[in-house]
Design a protein around this ligand. Structure first.
Ligand code: AMP
Ligand code: ZN
Length: 140
């Protein structure tokens, strides 16, 4: 994808603060961090989102996320950490090249990652259970 900023960053065409690099991924500091140490795991190949990325690369990406999370926790002395991965505009994705956010969390940092809890009704529960199973049955 010649006009994709994350393709350029991941492949070193645009220099950026790099924490780690291997043949499949580059881990960079987010330019607009939610907290100190917020970084991004970028695959070097272009896949728009979780629906497109191949399973084998996704496995590697999440195993790398675990390792980066541990190292960043050690480095920053954070109190917790969110791993966030947005897909499509409705879910807050703004750069359409798959990426995983690693967001260190600190006590009293403002709590930006979250949602307003709702209530699972009987009606919604039954609707979702039947729609999910009608959409394909057992997951392979
Ligand atoms: P998302 O909203 O999940 O698509 O996240 C995109 C993230 O990419 C945001 O947190 C941005 O701050 C970050 N970002 C966008 N452009 C750059 C860039 N050139 N270098 C580093 N981070 C970037
Ligand atoms: Zn890309």
């Amino acid at each position: 994808m010649s006009d994709c900023i994350f393709c350029k960053l991941a492949n070193g065409e645009i220099p950026t603060a790099t924490l780690y690099e291997d043949e499949d991924f580059r881990v960079i500091l987010d330019a607009n961090p939610a907290t100190k140490g917020h970084c991004l795991i970028l695959p070097k190949k272009h896949y728009a989102d979780v629906y497109e990325i191949p399973d084998e690369l996704l496995e590697k990406a999440f195993i790398l996320a675990k390792k980066v999370a541990a190292r960043m926790t050690e480095a920053m002395g954070c109190d917790g950490l969110n791993i966030v991965q947005n897909n499509k505009e409705a879910a807050g994705q703004t750069v359409f090249h798959f990426h995983i956010h690693i967001i260190p969390r600190y006590k009293n940092d403002g709590g930006m990652v979250g949602w307003k809890p709702g209530k699972l009704t009987e009606e919604a529960k039954n609707e979702i259970l039947s729609a999910f199973s009608a959409a394909g049955g057992a997951l392979q």
